[in-house]
Design a protein around this ligand. Structure first.
Ligand code: PML
Ligand code: MG
Length: 259
C-alpha cells in the first residue's frame, strides 16, 4: 500500500475531574491524521460543557483487511409533539418487531441514563448482558466513509445525526442485535431514534423534555448467551466499520404508527 494511505483510528476523550466533557472518534488516512488530531483537540477544548483538564488522543494503525464496509440504514422521520408521544411511537415500532415485553424494555431503557456505554438487553428474557453494568457496552471503531464522495467533513462540531447513523448502522448489522433505542444525553437535543435492519433508522423528533440530560442507549440482543454473546460484544467494541452513504441523505417523512 502506498505510503500515506494506511488508515488509522483516532479517538479523543476529554474530561474535567470526574466530569466527562466530550468524546469523538474518526477513522482516517495517514495523510489526514494531523489535521484530524487538531480538529478533535479543538472540539475538546471548545466544548459547551466547559474546558477540560485532561484530553486523551489515541492513534492506532488499522489493518485495511479488517475493515467492514456497510451501507447506511435508510432514514425516516416521525414528527412527535412531546416526549410522551415520542415514547408511544417507540412502543409501536417495538410491537411491530414482534417483541413481547415492550413496556419493560422502555422502562429498562431509563437505567442507561448517565452510563458511558449502552445496555445490552436480552429482548426475550430481559436479562442485562453487559460484562460491566456500570459502564455498559460501547460501540466504537466506526466512522463515515467519505472517500469517493465530494463531501469531506472538515467540521469540528458534533453532528448528532451523522454520528448516530454511523453507530446505529454498525450496531444493528450484527445478526444478534434486533434493534437499538437511543436518546441523546445532550440537554438541548430532543431527537432520538429506534433503528433495526427491518425498520431502518427511524428518527423520532421529540423523545424527551428540552433541558433534560436523561439520555442513553439500549441494544436489544437475541441469541445464545454461551455461543453468541461474546462474539457480539467483540463486534460492537472492536470491529472496524466504515459506513457509506451518498452525499446528502434523503430524509423521508414517515407517518406515525397507529395505536
Ligand atoms: C447523541 O447525543 O450522541 C445521540 C444523538 C441522537 C441523534 C438522533 C438524530 O438526530 O437522528
Ligand atoms: Mg452526548
Amino acid at each position: 500500500m502506498a505510503e500515506g494511505m494506511k488508515r488509522y483510528s483516532l479517538k479523543m476523550r476529554a474530561s474535567k475531574g470526574d466530569l466527562h466533557i466530550s468524546g469523538a472518534e474518526k477513522i482516517v488516512r495517514e495523510g489526514e491524521l494531523e489535521a484530524y488530531c487538531a480538529r478533535l483537540l479543538q472540539r475538546a477544548m471548545k466544548h459547551s460543557k466547559g474546558k477540560p483538564d485532561m484530553v486523551n488522543l489515541k492513534v492506532e494503525e488499522l489493518d485495511e483487511g479488517d475493515i467492514l464496509f456497510l451501507q447506511a440504514l435508510p432514514v425516516s422521520t416521525v414528527q412527535t409533539a412531546d416526549a410522551a408521544e415520542g415514547m408511544e411511537q417507540v412502543r409501536h415500532f417495538l410491537d411491530r418487531l414482534g417483541l413481547a415485553h415492550t413496556s419493560e424494555i422502555l422502562s429498562i431503557w431509563q437505567e442507561s441514563y448517565g452510563m458511558r456505554g449502552a445496555i445490552l438487553l436480552d429482548a426475550d428474557t430481559l436479562e442485562r448482558l453487559e460484562p460491566d453494568q456500570e459502564r455498559g457496552v460501547r460501540a466504537t471503531y466506526m466512522d463515515r466513509d467519505t472517500e469517493g464522495s465530494r463531501l469531506q467533513d472538515t467540521c469540528i462540531a458534533k453532528n448528532h445525526f451523522n454520528e448516530a447513523l454511523v453507530l446505529a448502522t454498525k450496531v444493528v448489522n450484527h445478526p444478534n442485535i434486533l434493534a437499538e433505542l437511543c436518546i441523546s444525553d445532550d440537554p438541548d437535543y430532543v431527537t432520538g431514534y429506534i433503528a433495526s435492519k427491518e425498520l431502518g433508522y427511524v428518527r423520532i423528533t421529540c423523545l424527551k423534555e428540552m433541558g433534560s440530560s436523561n439520555g442513553g442507549r439500549v441494544f436489544l440482543f437475541r441469541g445464545n448467551h454461551q455461543e453468541e454473546l461474546s462474539g457480539c460484544i467483540d463486534y460492537l467494541q472492536k470491529k472496524k466499520v466504515l459506513v457509506q452513504w451518498p452525499g446528502d441523505i434523503h430524509l423521508t417523512k414517515r407517518s406515525g404508527e397507529k395505536g
